[in-house]
Structure formats: structure tokens, C-alpha cells
Design a protein around this ligand. Structure first.
Ligand SMILES: C[S@@+](CC[C@H](N)C(=O)[O-])C[C@H]1O[C@@H](n2cnc3c(N)ncnc32)[C@H](O)[C@@H]1O
Length: 290
């Protein structure tokens, strides 16, 4: 049987309160819970619980856990497509080549050429197969930065499938911390890291923003890449400044062209210098230095 996503749509503050209550309720059972911005324009967020069976029972437990909220939120049920189905839908897509980097699915292994840094990623629950304009933009920026700089450590925040962390580890052979707010993404990331043979370099953790003790242990980072969305990225600017080495490089994506100025301004306020912006499919990838 496939997985089911039980989710609630709410404002930012409501969603954070819901996430806290559900996280406390399902922590012991180890049910994956995620919180993400579903509609940036209208500031709507979704809190999801992923269930393998007993959907009714979990929905009931969610209602109980949320009973203290001022109004009863609506729980929506959605079937999560089977991985096989998603992988099948990837078959028609072409692999992504950015310089020496080739991101491809398992069916495209024969396309690897000598000298390629090949990364194998299957479409799964976690975002990031390389096809999205933001991921491709980050891969290009990483490739450019590694041509001129020699970072000793890196962070991929909002790692999704960990495609960017794997690219950095494979090209620069340096330790990379890969974190994501979504435990499902972290699980897929860890699997991809292992599959691509960079398990000794890439460490994966579930963490919202910089809220995890691992950051204090590993900082500062010479290179940080974060492909999230404009609004959370602006909120993360002070923490980014605290975690990037002086002279380090920051790559940001998930930003629409019209949001570019606001994001750059938020980072300039924290002492960052804008280096370059590249646009792809309506999204921009910004490189900054501190
Ligand atoms: C657009 S995807 C990027 C995935 C991958 N890095 C790529 O470039 O293809 C954004 C990821 O950021 C994660 N995310 C969103 N908000 C976050 C936050 N505040 N802290 C950590 N991760 C976050 C999401 O769960 C999602 O996996």
C-alpha cells in the first residue's frame, strides 16, 4: 500500500503551532512530519504527517493533539505517489549537465562520460532532481565557485535530495553538512549520499533553519548553499552571517526575479556583498560574499 499525506493548510503562526503540537505527539512513533510554505504569495503553509497505513487512526490522533487550538483545523488526505510512479515520470526527462557535473536517474547511467562528475538521483519524496531552474542554477554557481575557490567546509541548508551537497563533496572532496526541515527529505538525502559514494564526506540532519546543535559544532562554513524561498531566506540572513567564514561564499536560490532586490538588501544589511545573479526559468540564483 502507498503512503498517505495528512495535511493542514494554515497561516505561518498557526502552522508553527500545529507543527509543534504534532511533533510532540508523534515524536515517539517516529512518524515523519513536515512544515513548508505552500503558497508564498498568500503566506500559507502546510503541515503534513506521512502515514503508511491506519490513516483514520492517525487523523483521529492528530485531531486530539490539536484540540487545544482555538478552532479545529481541517485535515486533508492525499495519496503520496509511489516512488515507482514518480521514477517512471522521470524517464522522459533529460539528464542535467552543468559543466563536468551530470545529474541523472539510474536509467541514464550509460550517458556518463569519462571525466564527468556523475550524480545519480531518483525522483522521490524530496525535492531536487536537478531539473528545476533553482537546482540547476545552484549547480552552475557551485561549479563556478569551485573553479576559483578552495573551500574547506560547506553547508547545504534545505538539502532536499542532497543533490547540491553531493555535488560539492564529489567535486571538492570536502566535508559537507546537509540539513533539511523535513525528516522525509533527510531520509532520502542520506540514501542518495550513500548511493553516490560520498557517505564519508556528507553528514545529514533534520533541522529547521539553524536550530540544531550540529551547527555550533561544525561552523564556520567556507561555502553555504541554500535553495529555499525568498521569505525564509531573508529571515535566515543574520544566522547565515554568523555561520559563514569571513571571505566565504553564499549561494542562494528559490528566489523569483522580482524578489531579488529585497533578498540582496536583507543580506547587505548583514555585511554581505553581492557578487552575481543568474536567472533561469524565472528564478534567480544569487552569489554573495562576506
Ligand atoms: C527547493 S527545495 C531544494 C532542494 C535541493 N537543495 C535542491 O536544490 O534541489 C527546498 C528544501 O528546503 C527545505 N526547507 C524549507 N524551509 C526550510 C528551513 N527553514 N530549514 C531547513 N530546510 C528547509 C524543504 O524541506 C526542501 O527540501
Amino acid at each position: 500500500m502507498g503512503q498517505t499525506r495528512l495535511y493542514l493548510n494554515a497561516s505561518r503562526d498557526e502552522a508553527q503551532a500545529i507543527f509543534k503540537l504534532l511533533d510532540a505527539r508523534f515524536d515517539e512513533e517516529g512518524l515523519p512530519i513536515s512544515l513548508f510554505e505552500a503558497d508564498e504569495e498568500n503566506g500559507r503553509f502546510e503541515v503534513s504527517v506521512y502515514v503508511d497505513g491506519n490513516v483514520e487512526q492517525v487523523a483521529g490522533e492528530m485531531r486530539e493533539a490539536l484540540a487545544s487550538l482555538p478552532r479545529e483545523p481541517e485535515i486533508v488526505e492525499e495519496a503520496v505517489p509511489d516512488i515507482d510512479w514518480v521514477a517512471h515520470s522521470l524517464e522522459g526527462l533529460t539528464p542535467v549537465r552543468v559543466g563536468r557535473l551530470l545529474v541523472h536517474g539510474s536509467h541514464d547511467r550509460p550517458l556518463r562520460r569519462i571525466g564527468d562528475v556523475a550524480i545519480e538521483i531518483e525522483a522521490g519524496l524530496a525535492f531536487g532532481t536537478g531539473h528545476h531552474g533553482t537546482t540547476a542554477g545552484c549547480l552552475k554557481a557551485i561549479s563556478d565557485v569551485l573553479k576559483r575557490e578552495r573551500p574547506r567546509t560547506a553547508l547545504d541548508l534545505g538539502a532536499g535530495s542532497a543533490v547540491l551537497a553531493i555535488a560539492i563533496a564529489a567535486m571538492a572532496r570536502i566535508p559537507v553538512l546537509a540539513t533539511d526541515i523535513d525528516p522525509v527529505a533527510t531520509r532520502v538525502a542520506a540514501e542518495n549520499v550513500r548511493l553516490n559514494g560520498v557517505g564519508s564526506l556528507v553528514e545529514t540532519h533534520t533541522a529547521p533553519g539553524f536550530h540544531h546543535r550540529i551547527f555550533a559544532e561544525k561552523r564556520p562554513f567556507d561555502l553555504i548553499v541554500a535553495n529555499i524561498l525568498a521569505r525564509p531566506l531573508m529571515g535566515l540572513a543574520p544566522d547565515m552571517a554568523r555561520h559563514l567564514s569571513p571571505g566565504g561564499t553564499l549561494i542562494l536560490s528559490g528566489i523569483l526575479e522580482r524578489q531579488r532586490r529585497a533578498v540582496i538588501a536583507a543580506y547587505q544589511n548583514q555585511g554581505f556583498r553581492h557578487m552575481r545573479t543568474e536567472a533561469r526559468e524565472g528564478w534567480v540564483t544569487i552569489q554573495m560574499k562576506r
